[in-house]
Design a protein around this ligand. Structure first.
Ligand code: GDP
Length: 332
């Protein structure tokens, strides 16, 4: 573990003041520091965040997931433009799990949300899935807090429906939206992967293409939901049909998101959810830190190849192997 000198208080104060004032460049810089793998950057980001923490927590945090092409960016653009016109400040954080897996990007390879991106009351930022702190949404949590401190009152976290990212985003947000197309295969996939149980609002998009198919899919999903345990005790997830392209159903969709947030807040489920999320994140970081320390340990690194070989050959049990390796880090 390298010991860094403490962050420069003046630099820290300058960044905190800039973020609080809503200065976009300072905001972007603060998020970049939090995403950095350098210890000194991380320390500075933590110090700035400590200063800003009282200014966080007031925004509505909405998560949205769905397969590529389902219409997420079209919906977010339509909704975002409507919200900024109504005087809101909207931040969109895009979590892209594909960038960690392939080095490419599903979310970043095309121009998305062009009009919203240019709007002075909007802030759009992809969150790289670096995995530096573990999990695809590793830095999105910090980014949410920074944009809140900068005065954005609506935060939309978007992710492609791949692997762990949906669970991560559901664990960062107040209201989680699952967006699908009227296609039974999609529904089954979502049910199988347990995503349906995370969702607070279900949206079937592109209703304009085939309204009858959309209505059928909605009825099926509503039926399936009957059998599942709801995510919240006081909230029954609605199933909506929209067309992000024409705007049909978008105001109703937003009304349901607000209704969900307000219902959870009124029953104190929202406060409990945020508390649970913060504690889960703390444990996640501790687990990740311990794992990193384990792998960085010299004695472990020396012993590891032989121990793993013995487990593979069947001459050492996994229990004995784990005990032997963990023993190496004892007392350090
Ligand atoms: P994303 O990958 O989930 O962000 O999907 P996009 O928002 O990029 O949409 C993928 C394609 O579907 C684009 O060509 C959109 O214009 C189109 N699309 C999005 N929403 C609708 C809709 O409601 N109706 C129709 N007909 N097309 C849509």
């Amino acid at each position: 573990m390298s010991r860094e000198s403490p962050p420069d208080p003046q630099e820290c104060a300058r960044l905190a003041v800039g973020v609080r004032a809503g200065d976009r460049r300072t905001l972007a810089k603060a998020i970049t520091l939090a995403e950095s793998t350098r210890d000194d950057h991380q320390a500075l980001a933590r110090a700035v965040m400590a200063d800003l923490l009282p200014a966080t927590g007031h925004a509505l945090r909405m998560g949205i997931t769905g397969a590529p092409g389902v219409g997420k960016s079209t919906l977010i653009e339509a909704l975002g433009l409507h919200l900024v016109a109504a005087g809101h400040r909207v931040a969109v954080l895009a979590v892209d799990p594909s960038s960690a897996v392939s080095g490419g990007s599903v979310l970043g390879d095309k121009t998305r949300m062009e009009q919203l991106a240019r709007h002075p009351q909007a802030f759009i930022r992809p969150s790289p899935a670096s995995g530096a702190l573990g999990g695809v949404a590793a830095h999105t949590r910090e980014a949410i807090l920074f944009v809140e401190a900068a005065g954005f009152d609506i935060v939309i976290v978007e992710t492609v429906g791949v692997g762990q990212s949906e669970t991560d985003v559901a664990n960062l947000t107040d209201v989680f939206v699952l967006m699908q197309l009227p296609n039974a295969g999609d529904d089954l996939q979502a049910i199988k992967r347990g995503i349906v149980e995370l969702a607070d609002v279900f949206v079937y998009n592109k209703r304009d293409l085939d309204p009858a198919a959309a209505d059928r899919a909605m009825a099926q999903m509503a039926g399936a939901l009957y059998l599942l345990r709801p995510a919240a005790a006081t909230w029954k997830p609605p199933v909506l049909g929209v067309s992000a392209l024409t705007g049909e159903g978008v105001p109703e969709f937003w009304r349901d998101v607000l209704r969900c947030r307000d219902t959870l807040a009124a029953s104190s489920e929202l406060a409990a959810k945020r508390r649970r999320q913060a504690l889960a994140w703390t444990w996640h970081l501790i687990d990740h830190g311990l794992r990193e320390r384990f792998h960085a340990d010299r004695a472990v690194r020396d012993a590891l190849p032989l121990v793993l070989e013995q487990v593979g050959a069947g001459t050492l049990t996994p229990t004995a192997a784990a005990a032997r390796l963990l023993e190496q880090t004892r007392g350090r």
